[in-house]
Design a protein around this ligand. Structure first.
Ligand code: 5GP
Ligand code: ZN
Length: 138
């Protein structure tokens, strides 16, 4: 199936690349939510986190960490950085090749996560922790 990020990896589609190594590619988001918005992807296609080779999680995060440091040193001088990953349609995923957003932030830039904090009982938190712990992959 056609994948725009695989096309970028293969050089069939253009991108403004910031970092490339054997496993990972990082480039400017074509529709930045803030100036300097970057995407980090595994070169090997994986639709979502479930498909992603666990060994690639580390290199993806390490690259995002280096990019965050570079952004802070760059003339873009963000006041903060958000790392964001949408896994699945319900989470807002639009491109089905895993990607980690590196989002430079400045006060009042209008970006944010919407939601309402809840205060569940400890019993609920303990029960949910157990449900998740029971099926934790190796
Ligand atoms: P998602 O909502 O899936 O987490 O984010 C997909 C991101 O990919 C969006 O921020 C969108 O702007 C970006 N994007 C979509 N198509 C392209 C493209 O062809 N090139 C680049 N550089 N970014 C893209
Ligand atoms: Zn792909």
């Amino acid at each position: 199936m056609a994948c725009i990020f695989c096309d970028i990896v293969a050089g069939r589609a253009e991108a403004s690349v910031v970092h490339e190594d054997e496993q990972v590619l990082a480039f400017m988001d074509i529709r930045p939510m803030t100036p300097g918005h970057l995407l980090v992807i595994p070169k090997q296609h994986a639709t979502d986190l479930a498909e992603l080779d666990a060994a690639l999680g580390g290199p993806l995060f390490a690259t995002a960490q280096r990019l965050a440091a570079a952004l802070r040193r760059s003339p873009l001088k963000p006041a903060g950085i958000n790392l964001f990953l949408a896994d699945g349609v319900a989470a807002g995923q639009e491109v089905f090749h895993v990607h980690l957003h590196v989002l430079p932030r400045t006060p009042g830039d209008g970006w944010g996560l919407r939601g309402t904090f809840q205060w569940p009982h400890r019993m609920t938190l303990d029960a949910q922790a157990g449900q998740i712990r029971n099926v934790l992959p190796e």
